[in-house]
Design a protein around this ligand. Structure first.
Ligand code: PEP
Ligand code: MN
Length: 355
């Protein structure tokens, strides 16, 4: 059940409702939607329906509602100020506005290997016009023998490079135990496709302040599930969520590309939610030669940005890295799906007249 709070309800009135809930043995959390507030009743409520319904008589209460939908506060329906599908929430990241009229470009390497690699790439993408730098310090890898990322050391490199180059940074977090440290060193936290339905991780990123980029993926990457995952984050208090479509495996796609970029879901999601939506053509295709076409198609659908993997020009396929300065090892650079910096610059030139 939820209790919809009147727009002009005072703090005192809300407190009184919370206390009344406490008196019947239930706990309430105040959930702030973009345009409306509600109290979300946690705990076992089925035997207390009559007492809950009676709360409608409290001052400041608009309605007492059962939750009939799987998701609510991320929807346009619950946020009438965003009933026009051409509008989205605007999320400000260090002055970069995600969701405004100009799409944002996020670019950078798949993985952070060392300071020089990230610095050079960051300078190149910024010069070409990127707004935000990406880079992974915690990497979800198919094989346990593949490089798993530099962890905290990678976060520190990224923080330093972001400050030096003057560009906000986004990085992926895989584990609830790393959320605080990753949030401290970055501006946006990324939830990767494999973790879309990692509910404990979603709750944890919902409790911290950084905006969250939620990629679509997992076992059942339906629109409803994607938006439910955004709801998990928002109900914990974090309203700054960016959705990212990065393709899904389909029965036929493996023949010619890594995944299938699902343009249909972009349109459907734009109708259902007011959250900004961006597209990642790199992971969607796994092919650098497809990035330009997919980027143009995505921008023509009115998406709010693109996330593109970019590496240095003439990058070694096997990049050297050391963890805590020990044992030089080599890791694989994902060159098949990453653009070289010079090609990224060309791409930015091609996209210029599209926004
Ligand atoms: C990435 O952004 O490097 C990544 C691993 O993406 P995804 O979760 O979409 O596979
Ligand atoms: Mn990657």
């Amino acid at each position: 059940m939820t209790i919809l709070v009147k727009k002009n309800a005072t703090e005192q009135q809300i407190k009184a409702v919370m206390e009344a809930l406490g008196n019947i043995g239930l706990a309430g959390s105040l959930v702030q939607g973009e345009t409306q507030k509600m109290i979300w009743i946690r705990g076992e409520e089925t035997t207390k329906m009559d007492a809950i319904k009676a709360l409608v008589n409290y001052e400041g209460v608009e309605k007492v509602n059962p939750v009939n939908e799987y998701y609510k506060i991320v929807s346009r329906k619950f946020n009438p100020d965003y009933s026009d599908v051409s509008t989205t929430k605007i999320i400000d990241v260090q002055g970069v506005k995600i969701g405004g009229s100009k799409p944002v470009i996020i670019a950078g390497p798949c993985t952070i290997f060392n300071y020089d690699q990230l610095l050079e790439t960051a300078k190149a993408v910024k010069e070409a016009g990127a707004d935000i730098l990406r880079g992974g310090a915690y990497k979800p890898r198919t094989s346990p023998y593949s490089f798993q990322g530099l962890g905290e050391e990678g976060l520190k490199i990224m923080y330093k490079v972001g400050k030096e180059v003057g560009i906000p940074i986004i990085t992926e977090v895989l584990d609830t135990r790393d959320v605080d440290i990753a949030a401290k060193y970055s501006d946006i936290l990324q939830i990767g496709a494999r973790n879309m339905q990692n509910f404990e991780l979603l709750k944890e990123v919902g409790k911290q302040q950084n905006p969250v980029l939620l990629k679509r993926g997992g076992l059942e990457p339906t629109l409803e599930n994607w938006l439910c995952c955004a709801e998990y984050i928002m109900i914990e208090g974090n309203q700054n969520i960016i959705l990212c479509e990065r393709g899904i495996p389909t029965r036929m796609s493996g023949e010619y590309s890594r995944n299938t970029l699902d343009f249909n879901i972009i349109k459907a999601a734009q109708e259902k939610t007011y959250l900004p939506i961006i597209v990642d053509p790199s992971h969607a295709s796994g092919r650098r030669d497809m990035i330009e076409g997919l980027s143009k198609a995505a921008l023509s659908m009115g998406v709010n940005g693109l996330m593109i993997e970019v590496m240095r020009d003439n990058e070694e396929q096997h990049i050297k890295y050391t963890v805590n300065g020990e044992n030089e090892i080599t890791g694989f650079c994902d060159y098949k799906q990453s653009l070289e910096a010079a090609d990224f610059k060309k791409l930015m030139g091609c996209l210029k007249n599209m926004y």
